[in-house]
Design a binder for this molecule. Structure first.
Ligand SMILES: CC(C)(COP(=O)(O)OP(=O)(O)OC[C@H]1O[C@@H](n2cnc3c(N)ncnc32)[C@H](O)[C@@H]1OP(=O)(O)O)[C@@H](O)C(=O)NCCC(=O)NCCS
Length: 388
């Protein structure tokens, strides 16, 4: 018997799947208090930011620059973003070409790639240049998402109107009509709530990519790719599809019993960090009621409340409660937005969090490079192909 050779890590390393509990870096951008169900951006609770009236642009400024803007600073920031909203014709062509081919998140990924190719300073990796790109992407991603919604319906892509706010213009470019004030206000809240959320999968993906000092567009594309998945940003779409599949509030008990028997995860529930109610679900709940009643889709809200009661009674003791994606789809649906546009709306908001985190890490950048525990063979003897 050959003597056993030492293997690195084998049998010794302690780790948790999915990097649970692993710490990547220090950050002062946001804090997810999973025990008490609170979300804090740079010291301010999302409840205060939503109620404050400064809109999504105020939150984007806060995340990117570290403090709340004074009035003149916010006015300048808003004007700067508004001036950056339009997208080049080459990007419109990409959108027109790809919007009907696949998921709108795929179109977004491709359109951001095109924006990168069109920027002569794509590869200038400095804090100043990345900040400049961050502002442009924060302004342009809403235009891309709105354009995608239009293109897939053979409607002409609308140019931005810099005289109105980002949320209002986003809805206008998507639907072709000026939104009601309350609708724009709720979209603003939704963008504030989705803007940032600690070291989640898409933020981590974007940061890992950026840590090789590649261009910011590539890093954001990595974030978009990760956000698209059903365990992350894609859950809002899946949640609404669940409510529609249940169809009738009276069918909810049976649906949940079947889901349990099949060990299916119920979309819109559970979270790696929150073991209490996600504060964003708490904020969205009454708005989902208001908007669904107004739109005549109250049955979806009724189903959601029945499902919430069933899942919380069954799994609440294990820290499984509704997350941000549970009610958001009901609201977007009541606004008349297509179901597969929900995750792109998430990206419209999250771009500020992704870029804020990347900019924070860049000055003292170190390549992310974890390891895996190798459990394979070390001494297999090679057999020529003709002898296998
Ligand atoms: C968000 C999520 C990926 C977090 O996952 P995680 O921390 O890796 O937790 P796990 O998937 O390992 O789940 C832990 C346990 O809780 C259960 N669980 C977690 N979320 C659940 C859900 N939504 N429905 C039913 N059971 C769930 C798992 O089945 C698992 O049970 P087990 O220990 O008996 O196998 C997970 O809760 C999930 O898949 N939720 C549904 C998708 C979703 O809404 N995502 C949006 C998040 S904002």
């Amino acid at each position: 018997m050959s003597e056993e050779k030492p293997r690195q890590f084998v049998g010794k390393a302690e780790f948790k799947k999915g990097l649970e509990g692993a710490i990547t870096n220090e950050s002062s951008i946001s804090y997810v208090d999973g025990v008490n169900g609170k979300l804090i951006y740079r010291g301010y609770s999302i409840d205060d930011l939503c109620a404050g009236g400064g809109g999504y642009e105020e939150t984007a400024y806060l995340l990117l620059n570290g403090s709340l803007p004074k009035k003149a600073e916010l006015d300048t920031f808003k004007a700067d973003l508004a001036a950056r909203r339009s997208i080049p014709d080459d990007v419109k062509n990409v959108i027109n070409h790809s919007a009907k081919l696949g998921h709108p998140m795929s179109t977004l990924r491709t359109a951001v790639s095109m924006l990168g190719s069109l920027n002569p300073k794509e590869f200038e990796v400095t804090v100043e240049n990345n900040y400049d790109i961050a502002l442009s992407l924060t302004a342009q991603i809403p235009t891309i998402v709105a354009a995608t919604q239009r293109a897939r319906k053979d409607e002409p892509i609308l140019d931005p109107d810099p005289s109105i706010g980002l949320s209002e213009d986003f809805l206008r470019m998507m639907t072709g009509e000026m939104p009601e004030a309350r609708t724009a206000e709720v979209m603003d809240m939704a963008l504030i709530m989705h803007a940032e959320h600690g070291m989640n999968a898409s933020t981590f993906s974007a940061m890992v990519t950026n840590s090789s000092l590649t261009d910011l567009y590539s890093s954001i594309i990595a974030g978009i790719g990760s956000l698209k998945g059903p365990l992350h940003g894609g859950a809002n779409e899946m949640t609404l599809r669940t409510f529609m599949e249940i169809g009738d509030p009276d069918s909810t008990d049976q649906w949940f019993a079947d889901a349990k028997a099949k060990k299916i995860k119920v979309m819109g529930f559970g979270h790696r960090v929150y073991k209490a109610y996600d504060p964003r679900a708490v904020l969205f709940d009454p708005i989902a009621k208001e908007f669904s009643e107004r739109a005549g889709t109250g049955n979806l809200y009724e189903i959601s409340k029945k499902l919430e009661a069933l899942v919380v009674a069954d799994l609440g003791g294990r820290g499984i409660f509704p997350n941000v994606d549970f009610f958001s789809g009901i609201i977007y649906n009541a606004m008349g937005i297509d179901t597969d546009m929900f995750t792109p709306i998430f990206a419209v908001a999250r771009i500020s969090g992704w870029t804020a985190r990347i900019l924070e890490y860049l000055p003292d950048n170190r390549l992310f490079r974890p390891r895996a525990v190798y459990i394979g063979d070390l001494e297999s003897s090679y057999t020529p192909i003709e002898d296998r």
